[in-house]
Design a protein around this ligand. Structure first.
Ligand code: PEP
Ligand code: MG
Length: 593
């Protein structure tokens, strides 16, 4: 049953079976089968009739499958067609048909009951199988059984094709035939309560490239038709009625995904080294631990930003230390990642968690958020810090404090961190011994006092998303002023240069983790600025690596020198775009970003 009221900003985790990001309206595909009827057949003549009714349903099911199959082959020469052949074979399977007919005859029961009993028998046999793949094959028998039952009931098959617009299908379960039908109906994506990675439905979804998440358990209970839905097939996430901030992030992810698909993943595995051998580290920004495998396959060397506020989303209760720990443990020390930067939560204002202390503010972006909130709610902060420190025993950990605007904040955060560390040591709990502490540089005042901040930390991470919004006074989620949001504004470039220079003079690592870091257009500028690390969305990595590997530090420096002489953001943009187009014509052709 769908809920009475639509839910807001709920994140559901399931099994991502087909990658890709789609955003659209939900369509609740109701396939619940009604109760199986049971009745005794009195006379022998009725038994004969019942057997015939069963055989007619078998024929009707086969005709339906053949119809879907032939319509599908008109759309594309698809590999999953064999699944429909498997289902047709099951409909003809002698032992299955004999079993049902025998039940009808010997027990003198209706066909629905006989079919359902036979399927139950198969279920018992399959459940005992050790091999997961074979066990999953029961789903094929179940789909075929349900199809026969629907034909016995004389019900028309519900299809999605009658819908006018392209939707995201939400269903309890879908058969491979339903899924294949989606190809014809141009469904955007789907999410189901049950299912597994090796089910044929998942296989079909992958081969027809429809982003899909299965095994969500309660998606049909939470979603209503017309709800806004995001599906992140790679991470196995479904977000229901996302708030504008999340929507914005996923629109960007979707765009990147489309571009990334066009770029060969071959660049993913190479280091980001220029032709004149200048190397820059590549980190990855994640919101959910489910994105880690995507980070690794797209070529991240470490996690440059884990936005841990997403742990708080979708909960009525605050996460416990254990909830936090489970998440950090799955990032820190993961094979293939050399470091993990855990940013303490940047909650506040209108963000994610309904705590009265975070109640409506006129200016949430400049309100009680991030480190300001943590320093007021120290107990809450300590829960997170304990979990990060415990997880740090398992691998290279960097702790990053967001929204630092003054020296007192970083000192206070460090003091609390060391109290927590002492507590853990007293309790005999292991804590990593080479943890690095960093400050997000995203408030203009932090740039101005960078020299003092550098004495307090092991690294800086420049958050251009906020830095640009504050320095240019542009609300980053207000579309009406987005035209003013300009990473190439000379003021922004000067601030970044200042942070890198100050950081390097102090001998600390300087990273950038705002969206600017993942935009290939800025790659030469960022190389020339000599950032040590660029951290970005996983999907952005291959293209940025491709550009860096084709660039030289020498040419990049020349470009930056010209740029730094200019006072107009428009002129800078023109020069950067022209240079990038000339140097990398294929990457920045008409639709290149
Ligand atoms: C930033 O501000 O650039 C940043 C990376 O943090 P967030 O986008 O989470 O505010
Ligand atoms: Mg920020």
């Amino acid at each position: 049953m769908a809920p009475e009221q639509s839910v807001k900003n709920i994140v559901l985790k399931g099994i991502g079976v087909s990658p890709g990001v789609v955003i659209g309206k939900a369509y609740l595909f109701d396939r619940r089968d009604s109760q199986i009827s049971f009745y005794k057949l009195g006379k022998a003549s009725l038994v004969t009739k019942e057997v015939k009714r069963f055989r007619d349903a078998l024929r009707a099911s086969e005709a339906q499958l053949r119809d879907v199959k032939s319509r599908l082959s008109e759309v594309a020469g698809l590999e999953p067609l064999h699944i429909m052949d498997v289902h047709i074979m099951l409909l003809k399977d002698r032992s299955f048909v004999r079993n049902v007919v025998q039940r009808i005859k010997e027990m003198s029961v209706n066909a629905e009951w006989a079919v359902s009993m036979t399927i139950d028998k198969y279920r018992e046999l399959f459940e005992k199988m050790e091999d997961e793949y074979l066990r999953d094959r029961f789903s094929d028998i179940r789909y075929v059984g349900q199809m026969i039952l629907r034909h016995l009931a004389g019900r028309r098959q519900e299809t999605i094709s009658s819908l006018g617009e392209r939707v995201i299908v939400i269903a309890s379960d879908l058969s491979p035939a339903d899924t294949a039908q989606m190809m014809i109906d141009k469904v955007l994506g789907f999410a189901t309560d049950i299912g597994s990675k090796t089910s044929h439905t998942a296989i079909v979804a992958r081969s027809i490239a429809i982003p899909a998440v299965v095994g969500l358990e309660k998606v049909t209970r939470l979603v209503r038709t017309n709800d806004d839905i995001i599906i992140d097939g790679a991470a196995g996430l479904v977000i229901v009625n996302p708030d504008p901030e999340i929507l914005h992030r996923y629109e960007e992810k979707k765009r990147l995904y489309q571009t990334a698909r066009e770029v060969s993943l071959k660049y993913a595995k190479f280091p980001a080294v220029t032709k004149d051998r200048y190397k820059i580290q590549i980190g990855c920004n994640i919101e959910f631990i489910e994105e880690i495998s995507s980070a690794i396959t797209h070529g991240a060397e470490g996690i440059g930003l884990y936005r841990t506020e997403f742990i708080y989303i979708n909960r009525e209760e605050l996460p416990t230390e254990e909830d936090h720990f489970i998440n950090y443990r799955r990032v820190i020390g993961v094979e293939g990642l050399h470091w993990s930067t855990i940013r303490t939560f940047d909650l506040g204002g209108d963000k994610y968690f309904s705590d009265p202390k975070l109640a409506k503010e006129m200016n949430p972006q400049m309100g009680l958020r991030a480190i300001r909130f943590c320093l007021q709610e120290v107990n809450l902060f300590k829960v997170q810090l304990r979990a990060i420190l415990r997880a740090s025993a398992f691998g290279k950990t960097r702790i990053l404090f967001p929204m630092i605007s003054g020296i007192e904040e970083i000192r206070a955060a460090k003091r609390i961190l060391s109290e927590v560390r002492d507590d853990l040591r007293m309790e005999g709990k292991a804590v990593g011994d080479d943890i690095e502490i960093g400050a997000m540089i995203e408030v203009p005042s932090a740039v101005v006092i960078a020299e003092s901040l550098a004495k307090e930390v092991d690294f800086f991470s420049i958050g251009t998303n906020d830095l640009i919004q504050y320095v240019l006074a542009i609300d980053r989620i207000n579309d009406r002023v987005s035209y003013l949001y300009e990473p190439l504004h000379p003021a922004v470039l000067k601030l970044i240069k200042e942070v890198v220079d100050v950081g390097h003079r102090a001998g600390i690592h300087v990273a950038m983790c705002g969206e600017m870091a993942g935009d290939p257009l800025y790659a030469m500028i960022l190389l020339a600025l000599e950032l040590d690390e660029l951290s970005m969305n996983p999907l952005a990595i291959p293209k940025v690596k491709e550009i860096i590997r084709a660039a030289t530090l020498r040419d990049s420096k020349k470009l930056l020198k010209e740029v730094m002489k200019m006072s107009s953001a428009t002129e800078i943009r023109e020069l950067v775009e022209k240079t990038m187009r000339e140097k990398f014509p294929a990457a920045f052709a008409v639709n290149g970003s």
